[in-house]
Design a protein around this ligand. Structure first.
Ligand code: ADP
Ligand code: ADP
Ligand code: MG
Length: 538
């Protein structure tokens, strides 16, 4: 029943209300007769980081393959040579670029999206991998900047997700290329590492290189990009690159769901962030009081303060990598025994681990049916969880063939379908696009509120923390050596404490309410640090 919609996409409820006029002229590539169609391409500018903001399956990688010279676009017909492409882009900023590409004068380098796959194809020590990549003689500098010294002699096979990500970024930066593409550089990194990686990538542009980056952490994208393309359409069917926008404006357009200059509404609603003061300060009754806990691994020690959890609330867990967040969650889940203190409760706990395995033989539907078949049929769960996360589309797919982002959504769904009092989700946003992160956040909030359950969510994406949390547990200490966890505290106090330990200040965007990282040393940054207000005061 949507009269004016050209396409209605149940996934994330993205609805294209209208398409730009004369779009067909801008058709760049079509995969087969009924295959995915890509309209327009991003600009490539020397000395600039061009950010790309759009959902998974919208054609970002296809665009990059074209720009990297790996795929000659068929111009939605039967074209098979670069000369026609150059002709088609005459008068466009890309004409010159395609000429160079044709003459093989462009060397591209790509940091792939799924860093978990790297150990399957690359063996050996980190040092050897990075030495081989070091075409610019920057080994020492980059290793220092990304704090890789302590893992140089480790085997690639032994690295954690965050370590793999840092190594992959380092390997790309060390190459001597003209065009650098970073596909989701922030997955598994903590906020400090994200901003360090962003600075390193920005440096490439300052040296005159052309850089393209896909990033779903909006605070990082904001920090990273000089200009932005919003990509919209219907994932899996077609994707359209917007004209380039200024970074702030581009992100706000994305949140608005409306492109004013092209008069296109690509989402039927705006995304807004509510002020902290407008949130309920404390949820319902106390669910449980948990004791102080200690875990001592010998080389690493975690001390966690005891606290109370309320029914109906979501508690965010923040802190750097290697500080004991996963260890804490595992103790609450009963997976890991505390060295001191006891988790003695009658609560049912449902836990989504940080690193998820796809070793289940069977389809998504079979997996989820085994957990709770009746909830798959319930209209409440369809509305609040299954449809917003795009799960029904995955029902027939074998679990062991899912992509990283698909597997993440299935694992989150499996966790939330289980009957429990306490839900523990360790880094649910890895490999999800912005819409999916918000859909997951909304689903977790609604399910906890409506079912009067409690969730603890470990998360690095500041927008998601801001969106999802009623209160925060903050982890401090020295990564890899010792960690201390606070009891749950209010958002303002918690955010201040967390950001002070990272040394980053945030302000709110006046139009959308989204958190924006202040540039280090800017007037706002210095003012806020002086006042001890690292997070905005509403
Ligand atoms: P993104 O990078 O935004 O996630 P991609 O460019 O990888 O998106 O893919 C966009 C769409 O094109 C997807 O629906 C994908 O299934 C389809 N696609 C990608 N490569 C091919 C191919 N070689 N043949 C047919 N379809 C493809
Ligand atoms: P986070 O989730 O904050 O990144 P973790 O809880 O995963 O941190 O790890 C904290 C520290 O404890 C790390 O230095 C890690 O190497 C160490 N660690 C985790 N599990 C074990 C274990 N089973 N044995 C020894 N050390 C461990
Ligand atoms: Mg962890």
């Amino acid at each position: 029943g949507c009269g004016i919609c050209v396409h209605k996409c149940p996934f994330n409820a993205i609805t294209i209300v209208n398409l730009p006029e004369q779009l067909e002229e801008d058709c760049v590539h079509r995969y087969g007769i009924n295959g995915f169609v890509l309209y327009r391409l991003p600009v490539i500018k020397e000395g600039m980081v061009v950010g790309i903001l759009g959902p998974n399956g919208i054609g970002k990688t296809t665009a990059v393959k074209i720009l990297a010279g790996q795929l000659i676009p068929n111009l939605c017909g039967d074209n098979d040579n670069w000369d026609n492409v150059i002709k088609a882009f005459r008068g466009n900023e890309l004409q010159n670029y395609f000429e160079k590409l044709k003459n093989k004068e462009i060397k591209p380098v790509v940091k792939p999206q799924y860093v978990d796959l790297i150990p399957k194809v690359v063996k050996g020590k980190v040092r050897d991998l990075l030495k081989r990549a070091d075409e610019r003689g920057l080994f020492d500098k980059v290793v220092k900047e990304l704090e890789l010294e302590s893992i140089l002699d480790r085997e690639i096979q032994q690295l954690s997700g965050g370590e793999l990500q840092s190594v992959a970024i380092a390997a790309a930066v060390l190459r001597d290329a003209d065009f650098y593409f970073f596909d989701e550089p922030s997955s598994y990194l903590d906020i400090r590492q994200r901003l360090k990686a962003a600075r390193l990538i920005r440096r490439l542009a300052e040296e005159g290189k052309s850089v393209l980056a896909v990033e779903h952490d909006l605070a990082v994208l904001d920090y990273l990009s000089d200009i932005i393309h919003v990509v919209y359409g219907k994932p899996g069917a077609y994707g359209i690159f917007s004209m380039p926008k200024g970074t702030r404006v581009g992100i706000n357009i994305f949140l608005d769901g409306y492109l004013p200059d092209e008069n296109v509404r690509f989402r039927p609603y705006e995304i807004r962030f509510t002020k902290l003061s407008e949130r309920k300060s404390q949820a319902g009754d106390v669910l449980v009081e948990y004791p102080s806990l200690v875990k001592d691994y010998g080389s690493f020690r975690l001390e966690a303060e005891g606290g109370e959890l309320y029914r109906g609330e979501v508690v965010g867990i923040v802190g750097p990598n290697g500080i004991g967040k996963t260890t804490f969650v595992k103790m609450l889940a009963g997976v890991e025994e505390p060295t001191e203190g006891k988790v003695e409760w009658e609560l049912k706990v449902s836990y989504k681990p940080q690193y998820i395995k796809a070793d289940y033989e069977g389809t998504v539907f079979e997996l989820l049916s085994k957990i709770d078949a009746s909830k798959l049929m319930s209209s409440f769960y369809k509305t609040e969880l299954l449809n917003p996360l795009g799960i029904p589309e995955l029902y027939d797919r074998p679990v062991n063939e899912l992509s990283g982002g698909e597997l993440q959504r299935v694992a989150i769904t499996a966790c939330l379908l289980r009957d429990a009092d306490l839900y523990l989700l360790d880094e649910p946003s890895a490999y999800l696009d912005v819409e999916q992160r918000l859909a997951v956040s909304r689903a977790i909030r609604h399910l906890m509120e409506k079912n009067e359950k409690t969730a603890l969510v470990v998360e690095h994406d500041v927008l998601m923390i801001d969106y999802i949390s009623d209160r925060l547990i903050v982890f401090e200490g020295e990564p890899g050596k010792f960690g201390k966890a606070t009891k749950p505290m209010g958002m303002r106090e918690g955010m201040n404490r967390f950001l002070a330990s990272v040394g980053i200040t945030f302000r709110r965007d006046p139009d959308t309410g989204r958190p924006r990282a202040n540039k280090e040393g800017s007037v706002k940054d210095r003012e806020q640090k002086e006042r001890g207000e690292y997070y905005y005061v509403d």
